[in-house]
Design a protein. Structure first.
Length: 336
């Protein structure tokens, strides 16, 4: 079954059927109804390539992820899954491409190849050249995260500074007087990774407000590094009784180090942070944490991108999310 047969049965031209399907030109309501009735009767479903050609679009979105060799965190995997699922609900395909770590050519193909209608860009630096490149290209895009001065851009993010401040205030309310922030890897922090920088600022600000002694350490994004990092903290900073982290990959190592040190959580040591909810639930005991709403962020990013594609002149919008800190079992009063 093809457009010609639909046009014949509906008593209209092929171009009228094409306009009714694509929406590129207005079609009289009665005519559109007649065409739709024929389509329903015949069970016609346009082939994806023909539909894309009729709309003047690829019906494919680009999702730019961290380097392919990097281990994605729970939150990052949640973003990828969320974008793919949300796109499928709109009958769209997703082209996943890495950037960074020698993948500049892959990113450039996404930007200049016009193989996608728009781009969702993950893991944003405070000063991110990829954002500048996308702005120059004119290709619609939305970032998960935001640069230091986002200006008139489209983005979705979590307010890391505010959430980390809440975590510090929570520990201070429980009587903890010396706390540490376990941040992301030294390389990522040095690159100006947005969540790492904002977490550090929020942590130090809240600690100063509460008169709490504060320390910030970096930790490679892997379990073994988490173990070594906690061992070092216990050696160099024996007065620390509370820990805040955004480093999901380090959590298994922290768990092992706590066990080796025979520290019971939360009786002897308290842990909190900003973490994907399933990882917080899998920790023992479950982590008191602000749960990163990866699925919601992915859905919002897709909606903003589709709005931008559908209306290139739309006023740029953004969403800064502030999930609640979920009280679980990993924080308690400091032992006297």
């Amino acid at each position: 079954m093809n457009i010609g047969e639909i046009a014949k049965r509906a008593g209209v031209s092929r171009s009228t059927v094409s306009y009714a399907l694509s929406g590129k030109r207005p079609v009289a309501e009665a005519t559109a109804k007649r065409i739709n009735d024929v389509i329903t009767e015949l069970g016609y479903r346009p082939n994806a390539s023909a539909r894309a050609l009729a709309e003047g679009r690829t019906r494919t979105l680009g999702l730019v992820i961290p380097p392919a060799g990097a281990r994605l965190t729970g939150a990052q995997l949640g973003f990828v899954a969320g974008v793919v699922e949300a796109a499928a609900a709109h009958d769209l395909d997703v082209l996943v491409s890495p950037s960074g770590g020698g993948h500049d050519r892959s990113f450039e193909r996404i930007v200049s190849g016009r193989r996608v209608d728009g781009v969702i860009l993950m893991e944003i630096l405070l000063d991110d050249p990829r954002v500048s490149r996308l702005e120059e290209s004119g290709l619609p895009f939305v970032t998960i995260g935001h640069v230091e001065h986002p200006g008139a851009s489209w983005w979705v993010d979590v307010d890391y500074a505010a959430l980390i401040r809440r975590c510090v205030h929570h520990l201070a309310d429980l009587g903890h007087e010396e706390v540490v922030l376990i941040n992301r890897s030294p390389e990522l922090v040095a690159s100006g990774y947005g969540p790492a920088a904002r977490s550090t600022a929020g942590f130090l600000e809240a600690a100063e407000q509460r008169g709490v002694r504060a320390h910030v350490v970096t930790c490679p994004d892997e379990p073994g590094a988490g173990f070594a990092c906690f061992e070092d903290i216990r050696t160099r900073l024996p007065g620390v009784t509370g820990l805040v982290t955004i480093n999901e990959a380090a959590l298994p190592g922290l768990q092992r180090a706590l066990h080796r040190a025979e520290l019971e959580v939360p009786r002897d040591f308290s842990i909190t942070g900003v973490i994907a909810d399933h990882l917080a639930e899998d920790f023992h005991p479950p982590l008191t944490a602000a749960d990163v709403p990866a699925g919601e962020m992915a859905r919002l990013a897709l909606e903003l991108l589709l709005e931008q594609i559908g209306n290139p002149g739309a006023t740029p919008r953004h969403a800064l999310l502030m999930p609640a800190v979920t009280l679980r079992s990993s924080t308690g009063a400091r032992r006297r």
